[in-house]
Structures are given as structure tokens and as C-alpha cells.
Write a protein that binds this ligand. Sequence first.
Ligand SMILES: *Cc1c(COP(=O)(O)O)cnc(C)c1O
Length: 429
Amino acid sequence: MRNETIAVQGGYEVDPTTKSAAVPIYQTVAYEFDSAEHGAALFNLEVEGYRYTRISNPTNVVLERRVTALEGGLEALSVSTGQAALHFAVLNLTSSGTNIISVPQLYGTTHTLFAHILPKLGILVRFAGSDQASDIEKLIDAQTRAVFCESVGNPAGNICDVEALAKVAHKHGVPLIVDNTVATPILLRPIEYGADIVLHSLTKFMGGHGTTMGGIIVDGGNFPWEEHAARFPMFSEPDASYHDLVYTTHFGKAAYIARCRSVYQRAMGSVLAPLSAFLLLQGIETVAVRIDRHVENARRTAQFLRADPRVEWVNYVGFADNPYHQLAQKYLGGRACSLLTFGIRGGFEAATRFYDALQLFRRLVNLGDAKSLACHPASTTHRQMSPEEQRQAGVSAELIRLSIGIEHVDDIIADLDQALSAAVGMRAR
Ligand SMILES: *Cc1c(COP(=O)(O)O)cnc(C)c1O
């Protein structure tokens, strides 16, 4: 099936007991055992079934299957937020004394996790000088356990050459982890280009309505853990925390997600509430339709901004002279995400005046809502960074990030027009 169909129907077979057409919300913590023997078999992973919602829940499993299918993966684990997905995805591959290599253009809190929190656990994150595969490769050594990128950087808007990054990672025997939050599988399926692990903040375009937090980790099932057992002994050696289970023996190609669930989700607990899984599934049903509208509205908005003398620059990969335009042709099917940034004439002061004058755009730190949203990273998401770190992350003082919603495009443009006038004190023409 194609993604437009999977988004609506994927991962759910009508409940045999009730014939419920909608995905039921299994609002339960635990599941009864038929007997002591049945309970033991479940704990030994000898039979399939549910034990406790922190480990898995049938509503969450529908979400996991649907996103797995959308990404063309093998298996997934849903978690409470995108940040939990990032944290578990990295912990599952690393230990104290090892490192991962990351592109520099990252979501602000991901940068905080990588630069300040993981290092306290002895896991070092080396930031490459750019998103070029050659800059990544320079930093890989014997202690490297993964390469990390955002397929479309938030808020930098850069598009990573996923195929080239996967090639470099695989040459050195490590997987590529891709945060696909901004692109969504509607615009890009990174596993098709060699990515091994794809993760999402479902909070954004996937849920799509700014109501529900969630995250997910999807494994493509292609990385040969046993072949690289010296780097990744956790998958092919007995796990003392789970009565000596060997993940590659028991779960084969699905070892990565099985360990993530049995070790990190079970013991550290960032479970997604079943009600949230249900709400996210409602959002995902319309993701393909919404993305079409988001993309078209963003294209019209970018053209308006570019033609406006009050605007200094517009960063939008849909323009032929954008440095990432070619990569957008290859990876986004010639489309461009509805996240765009621009700089207003007049620097930081004008940017804050513009921001304060917005009426239709919501002033907040979120993206991927049906509503149009605006964010000023230098005063919010990226304010904890040094100026040099901001520069590397692609953030400047006058930069405004817009997440273009699905309202009528004329209303979107009218709001930008009046806010620009209020900020710069002149009319467009
Ligand atoms: C928002 C976001 C996250 C974090 O997700 P939460 O659900 O807010 O925890 C991670 N990566 C990217 C690219 C994001 O935009």
C-alpha cells in the first residue's frame, strides 16, 4: 500500500471481539494471565501477549505498526516524547567511553541533550563542522557507535544527504540514525536511502494539531549487529538484566527495538499514554492530505516574502538558488517542507517587533500544527547556545521561523504583510 492509504488504515485489523471500526483505547495498566504457567511464558517471551503497559499496550502497538509501515521499517517503539525517542535511540547503542558523530544543525533541545547531558554519562557527541559526509567521516574512530542527523534540520532547513551519510557510517561499521520529524515519511522515507534507525517527534506534523506529545523509534532492520559484535556486544551477548537473553538470537533482525523496549522502556519508563496514541493516530490519518496543503501554502508564502523589500533574506529550499535545492529534488520529490525561515530588515529589534505584531500566526515554540506558528529562536529555543554554536546551528538574531499551517494562504500572507508593516514602518509597495 502507498503511504496515503497506510496513514488511514495501516496497522489496525478490526478488533475481533467488538468489531470496533475505530482503534480502541486500551486504558489498562495490566493484562490478566490465564495461569502461573501462562504468566511465566509471557515473561520468558515464549508466547506473544501483553503483561504491563509500560512494556507494551495494544493501542500503542497500532501506532507502532502504522508508523513502521509509513517509514518502510521492520519494528518500532513508541515513547512519551520525541526527546525520549532521541535519548533511548542513542543509549541503546552506546556506553560510557563511546561516542556518536552528529551534524551541527539540530533542534535546540537535541543539541542540549548531546552537548550537555549525554557527556555526563560518558557518551561524547562530536559535532561535525558541517552536514557533509566528508566532515562526518573525519570524526569517526574505533569508539564511534552511530552517526546522527536530522533529515531536514530544525530550524536551519538544511537537507542532509542521507544516502552519503549512510554510506560513510556503514563503511565504518556503525548505523545512521535520522530524526525525520520535519520531513515526515510523506516527503521522505530515509530507510530507502540507507538510514538504519529513524525517529520522530510525533508531537509535530504526524499528530498535526498541537494537542498531543509523543515520540517513536523505527528500526529498518537492515543493520548487521552480529557482524559488528565487537562494537555492539549488547545485542549478541547474554543480557544479565533480562535473565541472559541474547537479542539477536531471540529476535533476529528486530534485536534493536526489542532491546530498547526490554531494557530502556522497561527500566527507565517513558511510556506513551494509550489515549495519546489514539489521538496521534487520529492525526496521522490525515497527515498526507495536510502535508500537501502545508507544502503548497509554504511555497506561496515563501514567494511573497522573497518579493518583499522589507525582508532581507528567505531560506526556502524550493528556490532554485538555495544551496539545498538539488537535495530537495532528490529527497523531497522536488517539494519543500512548510518550515521556512527568513530575516527581516532591521535585525533583532525589527524581528521582535514583527513577532509581537502577528495576529493569525501563534507565537510559540512548536511546529507542524494545522495552525500557522512563528518562533524567534534567538530569544527562545536556541538562546542557551553560544553565538558560535548558534551560527553552526544556522540561527541568527533576526531569524524568524515559520511553520506554515493549512489555513487559507491569503489570510496567512495578509497577517505577515501587516506584521512586516508594523515592524519596519513601511508598506510593501
Ligand atoms: C520537537 C522536536 C524534537 C523533540 O520532540 P518532543 O516531542 O517535543 O520531545 C526532536 N527533534 C525535532 C527535529 C523536533 O522538531
